[in-house]
Design a protein around this ligand. Sequence first.
Ligand SMILES: NC(=O)c1ccc[n+]([C@@H]2O[C@H](COP(=O)([O-])OP(=O)(O)OC[C@H]3O[C@@H](n4cnc5c(N)ncnc54)[C@H](OP(=O)(O)O)[C@@H]3O)[C@@H](O)[C@H]2O)c1
Length: 333
Amino acid sequence: MQAFVLRSISPLEYGIEDIPQPPLADGYARVRLHAAALNHRDVWITKGQYAKIELPVVLGSDGVGEIVEVNSETDGLTVGTYVLLNPNINWGGDERTQSKSYSILGMPQQGTLAEYISVPLNRIHRVPSHLSSEQAAALPLAGLTAYRAVFTQGHCSNADTVLITGIGGGVALAALHFAVQSGARVYVTSSSEDKINRAVELGASGGFLYTDSEWTKQALSHTGGFDLCIDGAGGATMNQLLNVVNPGGRIVSYGATHGIVPDFDIRKVFWKQITLQGTTMGSDNDFASMLRYVGQHHIVPVIDSVIPFAETQRAFERMNGMAQFGKIVVSLR
Ligand SMILES: NC(=O)c1ccc[n+]([C@@H]2O[C@H](COP(=O)([O-])OP(=O)(O)OC[C@H]3O[C@@H](n4cnc5c(N)ncnc54)[C@H](OP(=O)(O)O)[C@@H]3O)[C@@H](O)[C@H]2O)c1
């Protein structure tokens, strides 16, 4: 089968090659992938900026396709069923955090940037009926991370004024859908006026350019402050969030695109009685709840672009350049 293989990081060597189809173990199904999607994780791995990198590897944590072979039947998952994959491997039994043996589909296990993948039946869910393959492929990792950040960890409600940072990102846009749907008043930050305008079209009440050194002042005068901040930027942004979050408010951190936090001002955390909550991916229960929520409310993930499998390298370059608004999907059809 054809797969997009990362062979070396320095120098960077990745591309499509022929590799053997993965074996089909007991309790597994073979899925012919129709669409995959990129996450920033894939880009971090190509840069060597990720823990425990094992090469060579077929990257990709998001996948949608059709079962083509199954050696035991569970819950009607038969050949021809149209499915979406849960990227969690071994979350474990504690809803609060993942187990020590936790991993994410797409390293060390073979990922979804390939024609076929072999996955345990308990990683397989039916595709929400209102979504196309490309839309559904945009959902798993970003949707799961955003759902847990907004609801499980952030306890978002219609009483909240919420700030979501870096709205061009896949997780940030999924968080926007969820927070808006919950009835909260939602604001965003971005490097681009155009992306803020597009977020407003999706239900945001407004936004601020994080590239403007005065954005925290503008945000405070415009909104009065935020009860909940959902952040994937980290870096200097975290100290800015300590200024714009309301006393008693919550900051949920899911990423550090902007790096580690310089001169973290701990005094604001205790004086303002702020809850700083980390979050990563989500449990299998979060995943099932996220799919139910998306189905009930007919949420459609925002797709930046659909790129043919033969041009997967271009998908990586686009994500690296941060020009995207939403998910970069790779079509394998
Ligand atoms: N913990 C987890 O389970 C988990 C899961 C998924 C992702 N992550 C992490 O979360 C981050 C986002 O992931 P993603 O896949 O959604 O990435 P993505 O789609 O590549 O989005 C990245 C976005 O980050 C924003 N950004 C960059 N610098 C920023 C800054 N200084 N302040 C605010 N926003 C900034 C940009 O927003 P604009 O374009 O609007 O400027 C950009 O579009 C990555 O660091 C990723 O590793 C963590």
